[in-house]
Design a protein around this ligand. Structure first.
Ligand SMILES: *Cc1c(COP(=O)(O)O)cnc(C)c1O
Ligand SMILES: [Zn+2]
Length: 410
């Protein structure tokens, strides 16, 4: 009888603390390590490498589930999906030419379900939660994560409790409402909403799905890296710019790099990872400039790029260590530069990107001007969401015509 590894859907082995390396059972729902740090999913990579080769992925469906051996869901039947993943990697020819970056690419995460890359984390996090028997989840959010988790939870038959700041993008409220989540608006920042959720988790028996408080959202976001490497023919670019709030995407890309390198799927080269923040909320940039290993909470955080308005990230030490390990850096750009970059990318490329993604274009241009990026380097910007979710970022002034008027000459 032939027994093949190919029948195994996931090679998840155990969970490991990102700080103290203590190990945990991955077969039951888990939160943080006893030491308070996030847990990371660990796979049997030798067996993954024996079971699949990079070339095998090409013939699989164009969704993030094509990497299921490196994801935590143990059975295909457990997958909760809207067809997420395999977002386009687009040359940004004209913007790149003007910025002196002829090899500028954008991975457009705005095409994902719910219009942001939070769908990756929600698809994997919700699928695994349901597989482990979780019936009720709770989380604070700046909008996009709550929206994504609410819709995936509804599809999974899981109850969702979401708390978001009152000034989070209005559309994300509607997404929570239409999917039947219990939604609360909080007069404060995401950290204030987080404290309320932590209390509700204790008092009302929800599973805490906050950023990095459960291990599997990170695994979903890791697929952004896997897709990027596959789209480049299993190699890495020179620089990747990522708009950093809680930092899950950046930590996830770094984890994808480490796993692929260990399996020999990519060479030894590391892309330089760049953490981009808004100057109104830049705790990672400040810590990076001070050479610190953790960040300090940012007072009175504010920016139009709502998804990165995170005063203190639980995984800050992992973000900073990923920047160091890849010889990357951290850069802050102000809201004016963000909105200018957003308008420029729309005008030159027709792409309506989110302000968080726009921050990365502004940062790329700055780093090019400073010589930190060379002209010949291949640079990837992650546009983490669709601009259509942020209509208020565009000032529209158009003439109105009355019936019978003639459209004037331009
Ligand atoms: C959440 C979010 C981010 C930041 O993601 P983190 O993983 O928390 O760093 C960036 N852009 C958008 C559009 C987001 O919704
Ligand atoms: Zn620990």
């Amino acid at each position: 009888m032939e027994i093949t590894n190919k029948l195994i859907y996931s090679y998840l082995d155990h969970l490991e603390c990102g700080r103290c390396q203590r190990e945990y059972d991955a077969g039951v729902p888990q939160g943080l390590c006893e030491c308070g740090a996030p847990l990371l999913a660990r796979y049997d990579l030798a067996r993954v490498a024996a079971a699949v080769a990079p070339a095998d992925f090409r013939d699989r469906p164009a969704s993030l589930w094509r990497y299921h051996e490196l994801l935590p869901v143990s059975k295909e039947e457990s997958v909760v999906t809207f067809g997420e993943g395999m977002t386009p990697l687009l040359p940004m020819t004209e913007v790149g030419r003007q910025m002196g970056l002829p090899r500028l690419l954008m991975k457009d995460e705005g095409l994902l379900p719910t219009g942001s890359f939070k769908a990756r984390g929600a698809a994997v996090g919700v699928s695994r939660a349901r597989e482990l028997g979780v019936r009720r989840i709770a989380m604070p959010t700046n909008g996009n994560a709550g929206a994504a988790w609410a819709v995936y939870a509804a599809r999974a038959g899981i109850e969702a409790l979401i708390a978001m700041p009152t000034d989070a993008p209005a559309i994300t409220r509607a997404e929570c409402a239409i999917s039947g989540a219990r939604l609360y608006l909080v007069d404060g920042l995401i950290n204030d909403a987080g404290a309320m959720i932590a209390e509700a988790v204790r008092a009302q028996g929800y599973f805490d799905s906050s950023t990095l408080k459960e291990p599997y959202r990170l695994e979903g976001k890791k697929t952004m890296g896997l897709e990027l490497f596959e789209q480049l023919g299993w190699r890495v670019p020179d620089v990747i710019l990522y708009p950093t709030g809680g930092g899950v995407g950046l930590i996830g890309i770094h984890k994808a790099l480490q796993e692929c390198r260990e399996m020999g799927w990519i060479g030894e080269k590391m892309p330089r990872l760049v953490s981009v923040q808004a100057s109104g909320c830049a705790p990672i940039v400040r810590a990076w400039q001070n050479g610190d290993e953790v960040s300090q909470a940012w007072a009175e955080a504010t920016t139009v790029a709502f998804g990165i308005n995170v005063p203190k990230a639980l995984g800050d030490f992992m973000i900073l260590s990923a920047l160091r390990a890849t010889q990357g850096c951290a850069v802050a750009v102000d809201d004016e530069e963000i909105l200018r970059a957003q308008a420029r990318v729309g005008r030159l490329e027709g792409a309506f990107i989110c302000p968080e993604g726009a921050a990365c274009f502004a940062a790329a241009e700055r780093l090019r001007q400073q010589g930190w990026i060379d002209e010949g380097e291949e640079v990837v910007v992650l546009n983490t969401g669709a601009g259509v979710k942020y209509p208020e970022t565009v000032v529209v002034s158009v003439p109105t015509l009355s019936r019978g008027d003639t459209i004037p000459m331009p």
